[in-house]
Design a protein around this ligand. Structure first.
Ligand SMILES: *[C@@H]1O[C@H](CO)[C@@H](O)[C@H](O)[C@H]1NC(C)=O
Ligand SMILES: *[C@@H]1O[C@H](CO)[C@@H](O)[C@H](O)[C@H]1NC(C)=O
Ligand SMILES: *[C@@H]1O[C@H](CO)[C@@H](O)[C@H](O)[C@H]1NC(C)=O
Ligand SMILES: *[C@@H]1O[C@H](CO)[C@@H](O)[C@H](O)[C@H]1NC(C)=O
Ligand SMILES: *[C@@H]1O[C@H](CO)[C@@H](O)[C@H](O)[C@H]1NC(C)=O
Ligand SMILES: *[C@@H]1O[C@H](CO)[C@@H](O)[C@H](O)[C@H]1NC(C)=O
Ligand SMILES: *[C@@H]1O[C@H](CO)[C@@H](O)[C@H](O)[C@H]1NC(C)=O
Ligand SMILES: *[C@@H]1O[C@H](CO)[C@@H](O)[C@H](O)[C@H]1NC(C)=O
Ligand SMILES: [Ca+2]
Length: 522
């Protein structure tokens, strides 16, 4: 690429060249020319300049070919008149031109050389600079590339190292696993060995156990037989035990009774030798109880011989010396006395109130000892009377509870209102009287009816103001007549004693009644 000074130089040369061409044409017309050659580097320039010789003017050709040449010579031409003058003029002009040209040439030559050298230097410098620039840019690019490359390399290295590390790790873990595998294999081998040893041991044990089992079975069989024998023995023992326990309950009862007896004995001992005899047996009647020490009227328990059940009775400890066992009482009509044979046999009512003790008990009682009978009566006017029989005895049921009385005394009439001997007992369902009729059904209750007799203390209880003219009421003929129904009656058995007997009983040391009662009711 040509530098600007070089181009300027080129342009100048072109002008010179064209000028030279125009002059040469003119010179050719004249006839002579001169060639100048300029060598610049590889390029060589040839200048063809006309020789400074006088030549006839050729206005048309001259003026039309070159403007630069037309300026001055044209004017001179217009003024010229002739050839000599003109020639000289032209010569001068030519000379001037030539000089000018020479000067120019020199100048150009000088300038050209300088410019060329400068251009050359510039170009070299520029090229060097560009080269340098290129070099630097290349260098920078190279360095950038190198940096990138190093980065990539580093990354690759990093990855490679990472992979290597991973590989290492995996190889390590693989190694470890291999080792573990090996160890486990060893362990397995060991265990297998152990196992086989154990198996043999187990087999040995099994055989041993089987042997033991067999022996145990034998033992078990033996034991079973033994067990059978023993259970038999046990059953026998159980039977004996049961019998023994029943015996023991029996013993307990006996012990209880013994204890009672002991308690009683202790009390008797405290009272002295007089009552020792009474403690030996259970009390048969109120007289015994009174002799034992009780002096208060009330309910006590008696045990009558040949009568299985103990009986509760009311004991009157005051009337006529006390010790009386009540066998009958009427007082307010609270108990029904219209009953059959069986009821009169067994007894009924409440010992504390109205009641009939029972023919059987009275029979048993009066069969074992001598008894007196005391009958107490009260009418509705408040009068009291009594009838006493020194001996009183009742036959058995087979004897129809036949009545035996003797030794009458009392305030209820000069005579007894009861037939003294041989009167049988009758109820509405047992007609044992001496009448063709049935006295029990006619006169109500159960009694020793004759035909039908002068008394019936088991008749219908009539309240106040209804008690007169009642044949089936509570009657005692020699007290209030044949049709007067009494208010209260009591029949009781005991022993008649003279008045002195009471002082004898007062000498005794007596226990509190409630304590005694609790003992007797056991
Ligand atoms: C040399 O290079 C500079 C810039 O680098 C430019 O301006 C100048 O024209 C150049 N000269 C030549 C002779 O190429
Ligand atoms: C030559 O040219 C110079 C100027 O370039 C001028 O002054 C001088 O008069 C000229 N001489 C002739 C003879 O034309
Ligand atoms: C690899 O490069 C990661 C980030 O990409 C870096 O954390 C790690 O330290 C490098 N490893 C090495 C070995 O240079
Ligand atoms: C139970 O006692 C009676 C006597 O009370 C006796 O004969 C009998 O052998 C006793 N029974 C046993 C199993 O001891
Ligand atoms: C009452 O018992 C005695 C024995 O204690 C006996 O001899 C008698 O026959 C019995 N009487 C009756 C009526 O059972
Ligand atoms: C009869 O007398 C008894 C004992 O005294 C008593 O319990 C009962 O309530 C009396 N009955 C009548 C109806 O008065
Ligand atoms: C009482 O009954 C007996 C029979 O047990 C009889 O022989 C006797 O005659 C009767 N007495 C009277 C007074 O009827
Ligand atoms: C009964 O005996 C007690 C003493 O134990 C005596 O105080 C009381 O008066 C007696 N009662 C009768 C009715 O005898
Ligand atoms: Ca009859």
């Amino acid at each position: 690429m040509p530098s600007p000074p070089a181009m300027l130089l080129g342009g100048l040369l072109l002008i010179v060249a064209s000028t030279t061409v125009a002059q040469r044409r003119g010179q050719e017309a004249a006839g002579r020319r001169r060639a100048h050659r300029v060598q610049h580097g590889q390029c060589s320039y040839t200048f063809v300049l006309p020789e400074p010789e006088p030549c006839p003017p050729e206005p048309e050709a001259f003026g039309g070919s070159n403007s630069l040449q037309r300026d001055s010579p044209a004017a001179t031409l217009n003024l010229g008149d002739w050839p000599s003058q003109r020639m000289r003029q032209l010569e001068k002009m030519l000379e001037n031109n030539t000089q000018w040209l020479q000067k120019l040439e020199r100048y150009i030559q000088m300038n050209l050389r300088l410019e060329l050298a400068q251009a050359q230097q510039h170009m070299v410098q520029n090229q060097t600079a560009t080269m340098l620039e290129l070099g630097t840019s290349l260098l920078t690019q190279t360095t950038a590339q190198t940096r990138k490359l190093t980065d990539v390399e580093a990354q690759v290295l990093n990855q490679t190292s990472r992979m290597e590390i991973q590989l290492l790790e995996t190889s390590l873990s693989t190694n470890k696993l291999e080792k573990q595998l090996l160890l486990q294999g060893h362990e397995l081998h060991r265990l297998q060995g152990h196992n086989s040893a154990l198996e043999t041991r187990v087999q040995a044990l099994e055989t041993q156990q089987q042997a033991e089992l067999a022996s145990l079975r034998g033992e078990k069989e033996r034991l079973r037989r033994l067990l059978g024998r023993q259970s038999g023995a046990l059953a026998g023992l159980e039977r004996t035990l049961r019998a023994a326990s029943s015996n023991s309950s029996l013993l307990q009862r006996q012990q209880h009774q013994l204890l009672e007896s002991v308690q009683r004995l202790v009390r008797v001992m405290a009272q002295g030798p007089a009552s020792m005899r009474a403690a030996d047996q259970l009390f048969q009647d109120c007289a015994e109880i009174q002799r034992f020490g009780a002096n208060a009227s009330g309910i006590y328990t008696i045990h009558v011989a040949n009568v299985t059940e103990p009986r509760k009775v009311f004991c009157d400890m005051e009337a006529s010396g006390g010790g009386w066992t009540l066998i009958q009482r009427r007082e307010n009509g609270s108990v029904n006395f219209q009953r059959n044979w069986k009821d009169y046999k067994q007894g009924f009512g409440n010992p504390a109130g109205e009641h009939w003790l029972g023919n059987e008990v009275v029979h048993q009682l009066t069969s074992r000892a001598t008894y007196s009978l005391r009958v107490e009566l009260q009418d509705w006017e408040g009068n009291e009377a009594y009838a006493q029989y020194e001996h009183f005895q009742l036959g058995s049921e087979a004897q129809l509870y036949r009545l035996s009385l003797s030794g009458y005394s009392g305030s209820a009439g000069r005579q007894s209102s009861l037939v003294l001997q041989g009167t049988n007992f009758s109820t509405r369902d047992a007609d044992n009287d001496n009448c063709l009729c049935k006295c029990a059904q006619m006169l109500s209750g159960g009694w020793w009816f004759d035909a039908c007799g002068l008394s019936n203390l088991n008749g219908i209880y009539y309240p106040a103001r209804h008690h007169v003219r009642k044949l089936n009421g509570i009657r005692w003929h020699y007290f209030q007549g044949p049709s007067y129904s009494l208010r209260t009656t009591r029949m009781m058995v005991g022993e008649l004693r003279p008045r002195e007997a009471k002082t004898h009983s007062e000498e005794r040391v007596l226990d509190p009644n409630d304590l005694l009662q609790s003992v007797f009711t056991l």
